[in-house]
Design a binder for this molecule. Structure first.
Ligand code: DUC
Ligand code: ZN
Ligand code: ZN
Length: 466
């Protein structure tokens, strides 16, 4: 076969481990894995580099309405540019159903924002805010059938949190139509109680965002979410697990035979609540939910990653600008943490942080890195076998990593729309130097090299549900 592109001499990370072979690409797909693949239009010499499956970030928020006067810092162009430069080839943002709109209208709205703008491939989860008969009985089944086979529900945030009976209703719909439920597990009543008390004592600085969402708030909700899933008889994914006690709930449920999948994020292995206590208003840069904890909890999350308890490592990219009244410095934000927009940017730094802290520090293997950052995302959300692995027949979504490249993460080098990174000055070893999307190089040495050629990916029901 005359290949379009051959990648030669890389250490290739496949589903079954690592191998030294060449990768032959034809018509955007991986056609051959082997040696002596003959001539090609383009030969990429990857000596000294590692070929990993393109990252799939299955938890990102892009251009989501975030309250009056607040704007997310990224549109689909900037978020996906940033994703590509950080070694990703697919991202999975959310379609949030806003008040007064149907779920189908929400989906149409996000397509209008995304279509033709993206530098990597995109697939959407839904966020279910309303459980009226039209949403649950008509729109949701139709959208699942059309390829939106997963959705997130919230147990916190006024106006967004679902009651236990609503959660059961939604889980039941997921069971009937083979969709994956993702849960944001924090107890809203407990947070409101602690928040009101803190404010009454004048405890209004960013640090109190973390203090009013302590570990039991997440542990209790995690237990409840899993119990409700158990009652509904449906698998569930607990997203952004931040601490050991919540992970213990997940592990206990698995021992009972419940299918629970777990996600964690870079903030829970690298940041702590002390970051929210930085001088002045700087702590606002680290306000996200669940909040970063302490080093003991970081160690508990690391132990879970090392044991293989986590399925997914995502960014939860939710970007706001810092020095901006439409961002972290919103009206009232300095008067109380409750008004600080919730979320941090991280779409470009997720992979280098795990590569450096996990692979280079000997905590996880390259294969495990591939599973946590790509393969499992494809499997759990219905993109496999087309996405998530370097395998014959899959899309040629391949990222070449230089494991010797050292740098300090710096806002100046990033491509997102935020005006800061929570990891400013964080030292990493290893960086993605070339991102290949369906056979085409979309980013090389931190520079975008293609026009916006990302496509929308409808999804099947995840295999784990069938
Ligand atoms: N949950 C998220 O997953 N992202 C941002 C904010 C939040 O609460
Ligand atoms: Zn969440
Ligand atoms: Zn999120």
């Amino acid at each position: 076969m005359y290949h379009d592109t051959i990648i030669k001499n890389a250490r290739v990370v496949t589903g079954s481990g690592e191998t030294l072979c060449d990768i032959g690409i034809k018509d955007g797909c991986i056609a051959t894995l082997g040696l002596d693949l003959g001539p090609a239009h383009e030969v990429i010499d990857a000596t000294g580099l590692i070929a990993l499956p393109g990252g799939i970030d299955s938890h990102v928020h892009i251009a989501q309405p975030s309250g009056p006067g607040i704007e997310m810092a990224d549109d689909f162009a900037s978020a996906t540019r940033s994703a590509a430069c950080g070694g990703n080839t697919t991202v999975m943002p959310f379609c949030l159903q806003d008040d007064g709109y149907t779920l189908r209208e929400a989906v149409a709205d996000y397509h209008a924002k995304a279509d033709g703008q993206c530098f990597v491939d995109v697939s959407f989860h839904l966020i279910i805010k309303n459980t009226d008969p039209q949403t649950i009985g008509q729109d949701l089944p139709a959208l699942i059938e059309a390829g939106y086979t997963s959705f997130k529900i919230f147990m916190t945030y006024e106006g967004l949190a679902l009651s236990d009976s609503q959660i059961l209703e939604v889980m039941d719909a997921a069971k009937r139509h083979n969709a994956m439920v993702m849960v944001h597990a924090e107890n809203e009543a407990a947070i409101e109680f602690l928040r009101d008390k803190a404010e009454a004592h004048g405890e209004t600085a960013p640090l109190y965002h973390a203090r009013t969402r302590p570990v039991p708030v997440e542990r209790e909700a995690t237990h409840r979410a899993i119990s409700l899933a158990e009652i509904a008889g449906v698998p569930v994914t607990i997203v952004h697990v931040s601490n050991g006690a919540a992970l213990d709930e997940i592990m206990r449920a698995r021992q009972r035979g419940v299918k629970v999948f777990a996600e964690t994020c870079p903030q829970y292995i690298t940041l702590t609540a002390d970051d929210l206590d930085r001088a002045g208003f700087e702590g606002a840069k680290y306000v996200c939910s669940p909040p970063p904890r302490d080093t003991d909890e970081q160690n508990a999350i690391w132990a879970g990653i090392e044991r293989g308890d986590f399925n997914l490592f995502s960014s939860d990219h939710c970007p706001f600008r810092f020095a901006d009244p439409a961002g972290k410095d919103a009206a009232g934000a300095r008067a109380s943490f409750r008004n600080i927009p919730n979320g941090i940017p991280g779409i470009e730094t997720r992979l280098p942080i795990l590569f450096s802290e996990g692979v280079m520090k000997g905590r996880i293997s390259l294969s495990r890195f591939a599973e946590l950052t790509a393969t499992n995302h494809a499997r759990l959300y219905g993109l496999a076998p087309r996405k998530g692995a370097i395998a014959v027949g899959a899309d040629a979504d391949i990222v070449l990593w230089d494991p010797t490249l050292t740098k300090q993460i710096s806002q100046n080098d990033l491509h997102h729309g935020s005006d800061y990174t929570p990891w400013e000055g964080f030292a990493v070893t290893g960086w993605p130097v070339r991102t290949i999307l369906r056979g085409k190089t979309v980013c090389q040495n931190n520079t975008i090299t293609e026009s916006a050629s990302g496509t929308y990916l409808p999804r099947k029901s995840p295999e784990v549900l069938l």
